[in-house]
Design a protein around this ligand. Structure first.
Ligand SMILES: [Zn+2]
Length: 262
């Protein structure tokens, strides 16, 4: 158990090393230079993101105060309470295409579009702790399979962009304390749906032990669909001694009982 997350942490650290990040960045830029580019959303030639699509995405993402419908609750039955989730946007239209391009089509630059919104909602959601205790902002990790395919971890890269640009309040510290368990790392959380996984234990994830019991955490993910991934992540953090009552996501899918967007 100890060895498994030590090993995963070493892989994480390797992926985050400055030299590796720069190598990845250089290769992506070279690729963009060699292959004529097109808009990540509408495929129009000569733009990485055309002005119209940029405007549309920016009109679909919100900074606080968030409009109605951007707040959601994920049940944590084993803890008998709810995880409050704030969302920058509603998943659909140009925003959905941009998120998919960012996650699945190597459009890494889109992190700069998303970073200010995620940072603003995280800053507004965080509750200042007495005695200057930092709140950890913790990305829900990508599986190693996904990182291997993309070359980056989408949520972590948006957070790191915000940190580099100084968008976060001083009491917030970004830390990747959550990891996939080894047997889930190559598949992903969506694959295992049976038994305790569905009921909401931290089955897929393991978190590094909290420095002090009850250390506050805000969980961050890209898209909230069923809430199952956040539920597992929250349980793993709880089991490691953290206090997690808040989560922030980039986009929220509408519950099935609501009218689909036109
Ligand atoms: Zn476009």
């Amino acid at each position: 158990m100890e060895t498994s997350w030590n090993w995963l942490r070493r892989v994480d650290e390797l992926c985050q090393r400055r030299s590796i990040r720069w190598l990845g960045f250089g290769l992506r830029e070279l690729f963009n230079f060699l292959i004529p580019t097109s808009c990540a959303v509408c495929s129009r030639a000569d733009f990485r993101l055309c002005p119209e699509c940029r405007r549309e995405i920016q009109s679909q993402l919100f900074m606080p105060p968030l409009p109605d419908g951007h707040q959601h609750y994920v049940e944590l039955p084993l803890l008998a309470h709810q995880l409050s989730v704030s969302s920058c946007g509603i998943y659909g239209k140009e925003l959905a295409r941009a998120v998919l391009a960012f996650k699945n089509k190597q459009r890494y630059f889109l992190r700069t579009v998303f970073a200010p919104y995620l940072a603003a909602v995280i800053n507004a959601s965080s509750i200042p702790q007495p005695g200057q205790v930092p709140t950890l902002i913790v990305p829900v990790p990508s599986s190693l399979k996904a990182v291997g395919q993309r070359g980056y971890s989408p949520v972590l890269s948006i957070l790191q962009q915000g940190m580099r640009n100084g968008l976060y309040s001083e009491q917030l510290v970004c830390r990747s304390v959550l990891h996939y368990r080894v047997r889930s790392a190559f598949g992903g959380a969506q694959k295992l749906k049976s038994g305790s996984a569905r009921r909401g234990s931290g089955k897929h994830f393991v978190a590094e032990r909290a420095p002090v019991s009850g250390a506050p955490i805000i969980l961050i993910d890209d898209v909230l669909t069923t809430g199952s991934t956040l539920r597992h992540a929250a349980m793993a953090c709880h089991e490691a001694g953290y206090d997690v009552t808040l989560a922030v996501v980039l986009a929220l899918t509408k519950p099935p009982n609501q009218e689909p967007e036109q």
